[in-house]
Design a binder for this molecule. Structure first.
Ligand code: 3PG
Length: 337
């Protein structure tokens, strides 16, 4: 068996000496440069964990944290073979600068920040790390809710969550964790998911299925959004839908700001002074929403996945997925197949 280096020593090919047997060539990548580019950094303990995985697999870690200028991202990615990001936008421009890039992993669930077309055009594998930060996001949902029903801790008498109807829109990893925790609060939990049957939701034992998203808004006191931002869902949370909520309805958004039709929600909240909107993703119209004092709250920076545990889970999963891809070609979590 012979080991031969090619492409500046980065790629090695193992092949049997026998001329007839060269069919079982295996591509092995060594000493790859893996860049972690995070405008909102992981906790240090997570970065330490990522570094350990990267180095144990014979690769090299580069870090670009808290960058404010996209040109710094362009420069850092120039010689990277792999890229780990969070909500950082991996645009065509980023891809164009990344001449050596072979794989990009979004350490998290939603990959709407990756230009998949640009990745595919260059043969770059794009992945996410589903489920790794979902408990953190679900815990934040409940934290935001308690804050809201206790009048944002202004000292006035609030209300309790026990016995209230909670609607979960999209019953994936985060939605299921919200259901689990909400049941602990004694909430009555309902769910709708366009990609699941009613039986699948009911059989989870965690939520009661409703027929469609309109029914979810009609039925529930609180609706928590867990839909991804896609062509179908963008702007889908609109005047007509939210107006189906009965008096005192609360809308919680830990998903994406793009799913909200902001002008229509602003109009509705101006008309219906009973509705509340709490969100982990600051709307573009934050200044206008702020006029609804006591009925609106947005975290200053997206905090859902910002726990040490979620950073460790998602960051290390990303490093492992990249190492495995370089080792065996495994594309289990590829999203641009
Ligand atoms: C996700 O899609 O995983 C969450 O929105 C977390 O995003 P973040 O990594 O930017 O905090």
């Amino acid at each position: 068996m012979e080991i031969r280096d090619c492409r500046d020593g980065f790629e090695k090919r193992l092949h049997k000496e026998s001329l007839c047997n060269f069919v079982d060539q295996i591509k092995i990548y060594n000493k790859m440069k893996i860049l972690v580019a995070t405008e909102k950094p992981f906790a240090k303990v997570a970065v330490d964990g990522i570094r350990k995985v990267v180095e144990e697999n014979g690769h090299q870690l580069a870090l670009l944290e808290k960058y404010t200028d996209v040109n710094d991202f362009y420069k850092a990615v120039e010689d990277a073979d792999a890229l780990i990001v969070r909500s950082d936008k991996v645009t065509k421009e980023v891809i164009d600068h990344a001449k050596n890039l072979k794989i990009v992993v979004r350490a998290g669930a939603g990959y709407d920040n990756l230009d998949l077309e640009a990745c595919t055009a260059r043969g770059i594998v794009a992945m996410n790390t589903p489920g790794q930060n979902s408990n953190a996001v679900a815990e934040l949902v409940m934290g935001l809710l308690v804050f809201c029903v206790r009048n944002f801790y202004n000292g006035k008498s609030g209300s309790e969550l026990m016995g209230k109807k909670l609607g979960i829109l999209a019953f994936g990893n985060v939605g299921r964790n919200v259901a689990r925790i909400a049941k602990g609060f004694g909430m009555d939990v309902y769910a709708y998911d366009a990609f699941l049957t009613a039986d699948q939701i009911n059989q989870s034992g965690m939520a009661k299925a409703v027929a469609n998203q309109e029914a979810l808004f009609e039925t529930c006191d609180v609706v928590s959004l867990h839909i991804p931002a896609t062509a179908e869902t963008k702007q889908s949370i609109n005047y007509a839908l939210v107006n189906k909520m009965h008096k005192g309805g609360i809308l919680v958004n830990t998903a994406r700001k793009e799913v909200i039709n902001e002008p229509e929600l602003l109009k509705l909240m101006a008309e219906r002074t009973d509705l509340k909107y709490i969100t982990d993703i600051m709307p573009d119209a934050d200044a206008e929403f702020k006029a609804f004092e006591g009925r609106y709250f947005a975290t200053p920076k997206k905090m859902g996945a910002q726990t040490e545990e979620a950073n460790i889970n998602a960051g290390i999963a990303a490093a492992n997925q990249i190492s495995e891809y370089f080792k065996s070609g495994c594309t289990k979590f590829q999203v641009n197949k």
